[in-house]
Write a protein that binds this ligand. Sequence first.
Ligand SMILES: [Zn+2]
Length: 290
Amino acid sequence: MHSHKRPRISSGLAVLLGAALWFAGCTRDNVSAGGDGAAGGDEPAGTPATTSEHASEPDADLLKMVAALPRAMPQALRDRVQAEPERFRALVEAVLDQPEEFTWLVDKQHALPSDYEPDDLVSLSDYPALVINRSDLRLRSLVIDPLLQMTAAAAREGITLDISSTYRSYDYQAALFQRNVDSLGREQAERESARAGTSQHQLGTTVDFGSITPAFAATAASGWLAENAWRFGFSLSYPDGYEAITGYMYESWHYRYVGLPATELERAFFGGIQQWMLLFLHTLLSAERP
Ligand SMILES: [Zn+2]
């Protein structure tokens, strides 16, 4: 059904590297990474699930996926892929079946074109169930249903998710960044805001909740989102302690819709770090291009 989207063998080097990484992983005892509760020192052969996975040789698609894992990603996360390769492959394929913009890598090194604007933006004012802090907020129509569902689920637990910022055009970003440079200086402006084209908000799938300040982290809404947003396909883009990887300080209020298969993939195999997953997908898809 979706085989046309699967990564093809286009780079012999990537496959060889994947094979090397794969078999290096298989020689270690990584049974405990499977989370099956087996004692750490057991022989892999003593665990049926692991035996069957390792018994058959991984095919080229899987090797290519392994080769695309970010070099800097911790070994503990690579080990999870080794432990559950078929689940990993299934989730990656489900992510690749979504609109590709859901998981485009957009960061300080990977900017969107100045003319990129989603063609299905809708006004949040048209949805009375959403609590909005200004009248000019827009998101892609594809994101509305998950956002409504998440808002309703939070409301059932007495939590209000108020929406403060959504789609930002390239021109708006350019003006905002210049204002921050003027008031904060260039260095601090780089930490707190994005140069035009490098903001996830240009995708039309990203939402800032509440105060858009560090104080939001202490609110009930922030706690609820941290625990539950993934169930609705929303991912925290800039978690605490990952500025060196994401390029941004902790933003407890900033969530990007990446879709449910992607939040599952992110949690199961990328330690809940969106940036690792987006880097992986970027590398995987780049390798496919001639
Ligand atoms: Zn934001």
